[in-house]
Design a protein around this ligand. Structure first.
Ligand code: TA6
Length: 303
C-alpha cells in the first residue's frame, strides 16, 4: 500500500516542480518539472518511468503495453533490481530481479536546489520481503533530475548477519532504431553471455557493440557506455559508480514476441544498459555496512 495522494501532496506542498498524479488507481506517480528537463517517478519500485531534457525526445523507453499493477514489474524506465539480479540463485520460484521493483517505497523528501530536483525514497523489510529474503535492510533511492538523470541506490545491512546481494539499475534507453545505434565503452572488456548459460566462461568484446540479434550480457566493466544514435542525431551516456558489471540486453525479434507487455517490434525501440552488481560482482554486506550503486544518464552531441 502506497502513501496516499494527500500525504504525498502535503509532503511536496509549495514546490511547483512536483505534481502528484494517479495514472492507474492506487498507483501514484510524481511528475517532476525542472528548468531544463522533466520526468516521472512511480512510488511503486521508486521507479523512474520517464525523463528527458526539455524539447528532446524521450531518453527512457516505456513499453506502450506496460501495466501499472501493484506487485507487477513495469516494463520500462529504470526498474530497481534488488536483492538479486535475474533469477534467484537458489530458488527459481522467487520473483526474477528480486522484490524492490514491485513494492511501494516511502517518499521521504522532495527538494529543489536551483536547476536540480531531488526525490528520496526508502524501502524497509516487511513480512512479505522477509519470506523472500530473511535479512534486515534499509534501501534508499535518491533520484536527481536536472540536465542529467542521476539515480543512487544505497543498500544498508541493518541486521546482525552477513549477506551478499546482487542488483541492477535496469535502464531502458529509448533509441531511434536498434539497427542504427552503436554502443561504445565495452570494447576490450570480457562478458558472460547469459544466452549460453551452460558455462560462465568469459567472452572477449573485440569491437564496439552493434545489436544484430538477441543480446543478454554481463560485461565485467566499470566503464561508462556511450550509445551513438544515428537516427536521433545524439549520443546518450550511461556513467556509473559502485558497479563492476554492466548488463546489456535487447530481446530481439523472437523474445520480443514472447514478452506479453512488449509490442512484437518493441525490440527496435530500446536497449537496456544497466549499472549492475551482477555475475561475479556481488557485494557482501556485513552488519551496519552499506553499498551504493549509481547511474548517471544524459545526452551528448553525436560527435
Ligand atoms: O537484464 C537482462 C535480463 O536479466 C534479461 O535476461 C531479461 O530477463 C530482462 O532482464 C528483463 O527481465 P524482466 O523480469 O523484467 O522481464
Amino acid at each position: 500500500m502506497s502513501q496516499s495522494i494527500e500525504d504525498l501532496t502535503t509532503l511536496l506542498k509549495g514546490k511547483p516542480e512536483f505534481a502528484v498524479t494517479e495514472p492507474e488507481p492506487g498507483f501514484p506517480v510524481i511528475e517532476v518539472t525542472t528548468p531544463v528537463s522533466a520526468g516521472t517517478v512511480a512510488l511503486h519500485g521508486a521507479q523512474v518511468l520517464t525523463w528527458a531534457p526539455t524539447e528532446h525526445p524521450p531518453v527512457l523507453y516505456v513499453s506502450p503495453k506496460a501495466k501499472m499493477v501493484p506487485g507487477q514489474p513495469v516494463r520500462g524506465g529504470v526498474p530497481i533490481c534488488w536483492p538479486w539480479f535475474s533469477a534467484h540463485p537458489e530458488d527459481p520460484s522467487k520473483p526474477s530481479h528480486g522484490f524492490a521493483r514491485t513494492r511501494f517505497w516511502e517518499l521521504l523528501s522532495g527538494d529543489v536546489d536551483g536547476k536540480v530536483v531531488t526525490l528520496v525514497f526508502r524501502l524497509v523489510p516487511d513480512e512479505e520481503t522477509k519470506a523472500l529474503f530473511p535479512h534486515d535492510f534499509e534501501l534508499t533511492a535518491t533520484i536527481r533530475m536536472a540536465d542529467k538523470l542521476r539515480i543512487g541506490l544505497k543498500m544498508r545491512n541493518t541486521g546482525d548477519d552477513v549477506y551478499k546481494v546482487s542488483s541492477a539499475l535496469h535502464t531502458y534507453l529509448s533509441v531511434g532504431h536498434i539497427d542504427r545505434i552503436q554502443l561504445e565503452g565495452v570494447k576490450g572488456s570480457h562478458y558472460i553471455d547469459q544466452l549460453t548459460s551452460a558455462e560462465e566462461e568469459d567472452v572477449y568484446q573485440e569491437k564496439n557493440l552493434q545489436i544484430k540479434g538477441e543480446v543478454d550480457r554481463i560485461y565485467k566493466s566499470m566503464s561508462s557506455v556511450l550509445i551513438r544514435d544515428l537516427d536521433r542525431h545524439r549520443s546518450v551516456f550511461v556513467d556509473k559508480a559502485g558497479s563492476r558489471s554492466t548488463v546489456i540486453w535487447n530481446p530481439w525479434k523472437d523474445k520480443s514476441k514472447s514478452i506479453k507487455d512488449l509490442p512484437d517490434k518493441g525490440y527496435q525501440e530500446f536497449v537496456c544498459v544497466e549499472a549492475a552488481n551482477a555475475g561475479t560482482d556481488k557485494p557482501t554486506l556485513s552488519p551496519g555496512s552499506s553499498h551504493t550503486i549509481q547511474t548517471v544518464i544524459g545526452l551528448r552531441p553525436l560527435g
